[in-house]
Design a protein around this ligand. Structure first.
Ligand code: NAD
Length: 263
């Protein structure tokens, strides 16, 4: 297995921090030019954008875009291709969480989570597939979750969206299998990021626990290794899925969850 011909340009949604930033770094380390995205102002992301470009000798750019808006998804893909050229990699990573029992689950949170965690991925895939098909090469990685495979109380919208994302992954994989395009999902367990930090008080309230109990008895209790996964570990798998060596992996849902979903 030789070096990849030309790694090409990658778009990673929700990569201003957390797991998305780890994925962007791993793709840059593999030689991809990378378009970063998030809802933060450009000035906040510029240090990471410039550091990645300098460290790995690739081109990087950042586009602020709200992907709950269908036009935001379309404009982001166009901006990425305009800045970096045709996309060989799309990573759908942007996502949000809200924890509350179904009886108290607010409509606006349900709509937000479905729009960002599921519909935005559908729209971005729809946007990039024609070009990837024409070029006979493409890699799409959807960041789902252990919650794409199993459920937890209080996470109705998130679990529904992530299970849906796995269905979308399989369908897109079948539709592109003959064209050199692979579509896979990574299912992380708990990774220490702002998304996890923010849900600790919400989960404590929803389950009537202290925040310390949430961390030890809910978060780490789910993972037999009793350790958080890291953004770099998710990034390493994403970069592998984007390599030529992974050409026969498609339609898969790959857990990085310390054994959570083996139980
Ligand atoms: P994070 O909160 O650290 O980062 C979220 C990213 O999404 C940021 O870049 C933010 O700018 C972006 N974002 C938020 N709203 C957006 C919007 N409307 N439009 C565009 N971008 C938006 O989150 P994270 O923990 O790094 O999670 C990243 C992905 O990994 C999510 O899909 C999440 O569901 C998934 N995941 C996380 C964990 C975990 O334990 N942290 C576990 C499993 C799956």
């Amino acid at each position: 297995m030789g070096m990849q011909k030309h790694p090409g340009a990658a778009l990673v949604t929700g990569s201003s921090g957390g797991i998305g930033l780890g994925i962007a770094e791993a793709l840059a380390a593999a030689g991809h030019d990378v378009m970063l995205n998030g809802i933060e102002a450009e000035a906040d992301v510029a240090p990471d954008r410039d550091r990645i470009a300098q460290t790995f000798g690739v081109r990087t750019a950042y586009a602020r875009a709200d992907l709950t808006d269908p036009a935001g998804v379309r404009d982001l893909v166009r901006a990425a291709e305009g800045r970096l050229g045709p996309l060989s990699v799309l990573v759908n990573n942007a996502g949000v969480q809200h924890v509350a029992p179904i009886g108290e689950f607010p409509d606006d949170k349900w709509d937000l989570i479905l729009a960002l965690n599921l519909s935005a991925a559908f729209r971005a895939i729809r946007e990039v597939i024609p070009g990837m098909r024409t070029r006979g090469h493409g890699r799409i990685v959807n960041i789902a979750s252990a919650h794409g495979l199993v459920a937890s109380p209080g996470k109705a919208a998130y679990v529904a969206a992530k299970h849906g994302l796995l269905g979308l992954t399989k369908t897109a994989a079948l539709e592109t299998a003959e064209y050199g395009v692979t579509v896979n999902a990574i299912c992380p367990g708990y990774v220490w990021t702002p998304l996890v930090e923010k849900q600790i008080p919400e989960t404590a309230k929803a389950r009537g626990m202290t925040e310390a109990e949430v961390k030890s008895d809910v978060l780490l209790a789910a993972q037999p290794t009793r350790e958080f996964a890291t953004a770099a570990q998710i990034g390493a798998l994403a970069a592998f899925l984007c390599s030529d060596a992974a050409a026969q992996i498609t339609g898969a849902a790959l857990p990085v969850d310390g054994g959570w979903t083996a139980q």
